[in-house]
Design a protein around this ligand. Structure first.
Ligand code: AMP
Length: 283
């Protein structure tokens, strides 16, 4: 298969979208920050199945990183990203420069909904405002009928779904399952930062989630106790810091002291200097 066509600026994307709309094609968008892996590719496959045309956006969005985060070292691998996409099927890539998305006089932003406040929001205060703003821009630019997100970023998909609902954005959001390594580690562009020792410690996230799911399925209903135990398991396994180990309502993301299904278990921990997240829903 040929390498995907790469659109670098807003005008060329809008022209292309115009030609698709004119002939009534449906459009699927897969927003990413590049450094593509099989998790991203699963979203691309879902879009290829549902939409006539698929646009994969590759944009490391500076406004969702805090000054202390890894914006400058975030992996950028466009050539191999294009290779991987060409193996999956016929897609278009939108890979704009930062100035295309944020011209010098840019000044409007989305105030992220209440679901952005707990969990990630407590540790990354402006993160979801940056996400919501760029995602709405990408929805508008691509005029997509469908957008594909991973359950890996559970709170992110809630923020996006809430924004779409609150602002009546005419798009359907599809959430795809977490893709994992055979040993359980959730695929992440940040996994390349892990040394082999750290990678072993990183397995404690998925193992802790599996253990906790088992606890719930065997009748554990004390959410508080489960949160304490999940945190302790991560610490015992050697993680450097636990940001949160939460049992929450999948819709409101409020902590659940007494477990009632459905429930989502969410973990965020740093291993060495690499921050990892993972989650599991029990329905
Ligand atoms: P990112 O490039 O990390 O911003 O991720 C882009 C999209 O890919 C988001 O919707 C993520 O939730 C999704 N994604 C990342 N990792 C995975 C994974 N392991 N399984 C499924 N989707 C994923």
């Amino acid at each position: 298969v040929l390498l995907p066509e790469v659109l670098r600026n807003v005008d060329s994307l809008k022209n292309q979208v115009g030609t698709w709309k004119q002939v009534g094609k449906t459009i699927g968008v897969v927003p990413t920050m590049g450094a593509l892996h099989d998790g991203h590719l699963s979203l691309v496959r879902a879009s290829l199945t549902e939409a006539d045309v698929t646009v994969v956006t590759i944009f490391v969005n500076p406004t969702q990183f805090s000054p202390t985060e890894d914006l400058d070292s975030y992996p950028q691998t466009l050539e191999s990203d294009l290779d991987k996409l060409s193996d999956v099927g016929n897609v278009w890539v939108f890979a704009p420069a930062v100035t295309e998305i944020y011209p010098a006089d840019f000044s409007t932003s989305i105030l992220a909904p209440a679901v952005s406040e707990p969990l990630e929001g407590e540790h990354r205060p402006n993160h979801f405002g940056g996400v919501a703003t760029v995602v709405l821009k990408l929805f508008n630019l691509t005029e997509a009928n469908f957008a594909f997100f991973g359950q890996k970023d559970f709170q992110q998909q809630r923020v996006v779904q809430q924004m779409v609902r609150d602002l009546n954005v005419p798009i359907k959001i599809r959430v795809c399952p977490i893709v994992r390594e055979p040993d359980g580690l959730a695929l992440s562009s940040r996994n390349v930062y892990l040394s082999s020792d750290e990678r072993e410690i990183a397995l404690s996230l998925s193992r802790t989630l599996n253990w906790a799911v088992g606890q719930i399925l065997s009748g554990q209903r004390d959410g508080y106790e489960l949160m304490v135990e999940m945190r302790q398991r991560l610490i015992d396994a050697g993680v450097t810091r636990v940001d949160y180990a939460a049992v929450a309502d999948p819709h409101s993301l409020a902590t659940m002291e007494t477990i009632q299904l459905p429930v989502v278990l969410l973990l965020a921990a740093t291993v060495g200097t690499t921050r990892l997240i993972d989650n599991e829903v029990v329905a």
